[in-house]
Design a protein around this ligand. Structure first.
Ligand code: SF4
Ligand code: SF4
Length: 410
């Protein structure tokens, strides 16, 4: 196993981290706890020393299963990362209560890496107003957390603002060879590194899709490459090639995949890919992009939209919906990210067709027309009830509007 240092502390973390958001499941649902514990301990025995979970994973069960895996001396072998869910926080007292509950769950007196989960521009403002910066500093002072960070899926400008707003030790971003210009992207990665933040990367395989069932056009590029690697190996090596990356989190649940990732990690040195290898990956990226419905590069020149539409964010999930039709998560993320559940409304149907963005787009995308396609595809569900989040029960109506049916506070 290779290790990289956290810039502000010198802490050495394994470049492969175990993400506990997709633990193995039993037939009929529910975590296969015995198998999950065995997989986690096996990975730790092979040198993985960073494990990441959150209250939201597996409907709250992930933390409990990880706690069991970390019994019998395994807690001391790892840096434990878990998260504060902003959507469950109504007050400063809630923050302390949630953290203290997590400490009790893990039978530990500290969390090594504590993140605000899924922060974006709007919920960061709300958390600041509730005193989250004071909470983090006080939890660091009294030793309940060692390092403070945040996980992020918003846009680049919000990312920079959050990096600037607190002396974080680390952050966690989505990053893979298809998302160089999406969300924080390469510019965000470099910005965080310049501010001496360790960067933990999530979704290196885009939810497993870059290593799973891939289109024939992309498969052929990997088959013709002079170096023989699996699609997952190519994708992971690309992320580790960036010296600014500290840990790559993989949500592993198959023994074969764990072994493959452990093997790949042995070669995951920064700047270790040759120009030829990088050009092969660039061809694979081009092939993926060719298959996309909307040729949006995520440059964000069209932003902000006066109607509040997150134009590249909507296109990104619309593309993902078409590229990976077997994967339901793009629609789910569309509802949560753009439908107002985790941040303010930014869905395609808000477009007022003013045309301001079209003249700016370097890809000459007829943005309002394509947004109409996105709206028709992604917002047409009729009254689909989604879980209780952010203080209420929400539904999506037949016009694509995400609505709150009722709120706990009402
Ligand atoms: S056309 Fe639509 S997406 Fe473009 S700026 Fe106007 S409202 Fe926003
Ligand atoms: S300007 Fe065009 S390519 Fe850039 S983010 Fe907007 S829609 Fe995408």
């Amino acid at each position: 196993m290779l290790y990289r240092k956290v810039p502000k502390t010198g802490d050495e973390l394994s470049i492969l981290g175990f993400g506990c958001m997709r633990l193995p499941k039993k037939r009929g649902g529910g975590i296969d706890e015995k198998r999950a514990v065995s997989q986690l301990r096996y990975a730790i025995d092979q040198g993985v020393n960073y494990v990441d979970t959150a209250p939201a994973y597996h409907l709250g069960k992930s933390e409990k299963v990880l706690a069991r895996a970390l019994a019998d001396g395994y807690r001391e072998k790892v840096r434990l990362a878990t998260k504060l869910p902003p959507w469950q926080v109504r007050s400063r007292e809630d923050m302390d209560h949630i953290l203290d509950t997590q400490l009790a769950t893990f039978h530990t007196d500290h969390i090594d890496y504590y993140l605000l989960h899924h922060v974006s521009g709007s919920n960061w403002e709300n958390m600041k107003n509730l005193g989250v910066r004071e909470f983090l500093s006080s939890a660091k002072n009294d030793g309940r957390i060692k390092n403070a960070g945040f996980s992020f899926h918003g846009d680049l400008s919000a990312f920079k603002e959050i990096v600037d707003d607190y002396p974080w030790e680390f952050c966690q971003i989505q990053y893979n060879y298809l998302d160089e210009y999406n969300q924080a992207g390469t510019e965000g990665l470099r910005y965080a590194a310049k501010h001496r933040l360790a960067v933990m990367v999530m979704e290196p395989l885009r939810g497993g899709n870059l290593g799973g069932q891939i289109p024939a056009e992309v498969e052929k590029i990997w088959e013709d490459a002079p170096v023989s690697r699996t699609p997952a190996e190519w994708a992971l090596r690309w992320v580790w090639n960036h010296p600014e990356v500290t840990v790559v989190l993989s949500g592993m649940n198959e023994e074969l995949h764990i072994d493959e990732n452990l093997r790949t990690a042995q070669d995951g040195l920064p700047c270790s890919l040759t120009d030829t290898e990088l050009s092969i990956i660039a061809r694979a990226r081009d092939a993926w992009q060719h298959l996309m419905k909307v040729d949006c590069t995520g440059c964000r020149y069209c932003m902000p939209c006066p109607a509040g539409v997150d134009i590249p964010g909507c296109f990104s999930l619309y593309n993902a919906y078409h590229l990976f039709p077997h994967d339901w998560s793009s629609r789910w993320w569309y509802i949560t990210r753009h439908g107002g559940l985790l941040s303010s409304d930014s869905y395609a149907g808000l477009c007022r067709q003013c045309g301001r963005c079209t003249a700016i787009c370097p890809q000459h995308i007829p943005i309002p027309d394509r947004l109409r396609d996105v709206s028709n595809q992604m917002e047409r569900m009729r009254y689909v009830i989604v879980p209780v989040l952010k203080g209420g029960l929400w539904c999506m109506n037949q016009f694509g509007r995400v609505r709150r049916l009722f709120s706990h506070r009402e």
